[in-house]
Design a protein around this ligand. Structure first.
Ligand code: GDP
Ligand code: MG
Length: 162
């Protein structure tokens, strides 16, 4: 059985961009506006010698209603199915109320969770990432999903033990 990795986080943090990189497809729609991936999307990743199933999700705002609630439910199901959760946040936004709501949920789960700070390209990564330690989800990984920076290190740290 391949390990299952779920990508969760608010809309627009770069989950689909990371999914596409890991699966080497352009399958997941990448958007400049939030909330395009409404359903869970499964892909096979073969990246840097690691084989796993990756699940892309539509995202959780943290205060769901209507369509957003469906998206949130998809994310919760993906978390349940996963051996490893990669919780993505946006380095440029700092910690948001939505991030805090998701972190609260994840801290209650018996899951391996890695906090992944995306979009560290072109900014001072150390400064941008410092804010996210307040989410109290352990070690923080900085990546730029769009360019691949940090992705190999993230997989080495999070997938090797599985
Ligand atoms: P999702 O809603 O979480 O799936 O986010 P998307 O993958 O659709 O990405 C949302 C936006 O962030 C798009 O405009 C992406 O091009 C952009 N984006 C994703 N990853 C990066 C990154 O590493 N750096 C920068 N600067 N932008 C990124
Ligand atoms: Mg998406």
């Amino acid at each position: 059985m391949l390990p299952v990795v779920a990508l969760v986080g608010r809309p627009n943090v770069g989950k689909s961009t990371l999914f596409n990189r890991l699966t080497r497809t352009r399958d997941a729609l990448v958007a400049d506006f939030p909330g395009l991936t409404r359903d869970r999307k499964y892909g096979q990743a073969n990246y840097d010698g690691y084989h796993f199933i990756v699940i892309d999700t539509g995202g959780i705002h943290g205060d769901e209603e209507g369509v957003d609630e469906v998206m949130a439910r998809q994310s919760l199901q993906a978390i349940n199915e996963a051996d490893l959760v990669l919780f993505l946040v946006d380095a440029r936004d700092g910690v948001t109320v939505g991030d805090q709501a998701i972190a609260d949920h994840l801290r209650k789960q018996e899951k391996r969770v890695y906090l992944v700070c995306n979009k560290i390209d072109g900014i001072d990564a150390e400064v941008a990432m410092a804010d996210f330690h307040s989410l109290a989800l352990g070690q923080l990984h900085g990546i730029a999903a769009a360019h691949g920076r940090g992705v190999e290190q993230l997989l080495n740290d999070s997938l090797k033990p599985l």
